[in-house]
Ligand binder design. Structure first.
Ligand SMILES: N[C@@H](CCC(=O)N[C@@H](CS)C(=O)NCC(=O)O)C(=O)O
Length: 224
């Protein structure tokens, strides 16, 4: 169906707390990096009314959610695909690079559960190491190998996974950057350089500044 007015419809991204919501961070960073303008709405997580508020828009009951005109998209990776239809350079132009960018985006979307569970994203956390179990260490090893491999094969033209441009794959991996940083996980210099590149982008800084202003807390994440 062709929707001629859609081109002019405003975009709205419904997200969770900037301090904690790793899934929300991904499309937010991607849209900002591509210069896509959008309005944002925050639904605070872990309140009694959170689930009902989210389900009023999406039966899946999770943020992020993108609204564009009469289109509603849920699931972070589907939102990133939608944004790339508006701004195609959110995926690399070269076919092999694009396939790999999609593969590693799917991999982080579906995997690394030990790292995600044991080292939750927490932007405000001052870097401090915790004891990592074997499963989490194995996740970290795969993260390190994947970043080094991607930067070596596809990233020589710049500081990001696929070179000069921050793209959807970097957005998908951005919360991992926070996890490595916030839990002071020792990584090779090449990975640290990549982390610094991501953490000094204007959109990361903007997200971080807003997260630091939030007064909402989630005690079980802060107590890790
Ligand atoms: N697979 C989903 C996961 C989204 C997700 O788990 N979002 C969390 C916040 S980071 C959420 O909405 N939780 C709902 C709740 O806490 O009630 C995606 O990729 O968007």
């Amino acid at each position: 169906m062709v929707r001629p007015v859609l081109e002019y419809a405003p975009l709205k991204l419904i997200i969770g707390n900037k301090n904690y919501s790793s899934w929300s961070m991904r499309p937010w960073l991607a849209a900002k990096s591509a210069g896509i303008r959008f309005e944002e709405q925050i639904i605070w997580l872990r309140h009694p009314e959170t689930s009902a508020m989210i389900k009023a828009t999406s039966a899946a009951g999770k943020v992020p959610i993108l609204i564009h005109g009469d289109i509603m998209v849920h699931e972070s990776i589907a939102i990133l695909e939608y944004l790339a239809e508006i701004a195609p350079n959110l995926w690399p132009e070269d076919r092999e690079s694009r396939a790999h960018a999609r593969a590693i985006s799917a991999e982080i979307h579906a995997g690394f559960l030990p790292l995600r569970r044991n080292c939750p994203m927490n932007i405000k956390r001052q870097p401090k190491a915790i004891a990592l179990d074997d499963e989490t260490r194995a996740s970290v090893e795969r993260v390190v190998d994947l970043i080094i491999d991607c930067r070596t094969r596809f990233g020589s033209g710049g500081d990001f996974l696929f070179g000069a441009d921050f793209n959807n794959a970097d957005a998908m991996w951005a919360p991992v950057v926070n996890r490595l940083h916030a839990y002071d996980i020792k990584v090779p210099a090449a990975v640290r350089r990549y982390m610094e590149a991501v953490m000094t982008t204007p959109m990361w800084r903007e997200w971080e500044a807003a997260a630091l202003e939030e007064t909402e807390t989630i005690v079980d994440i802060d107590s890790v």
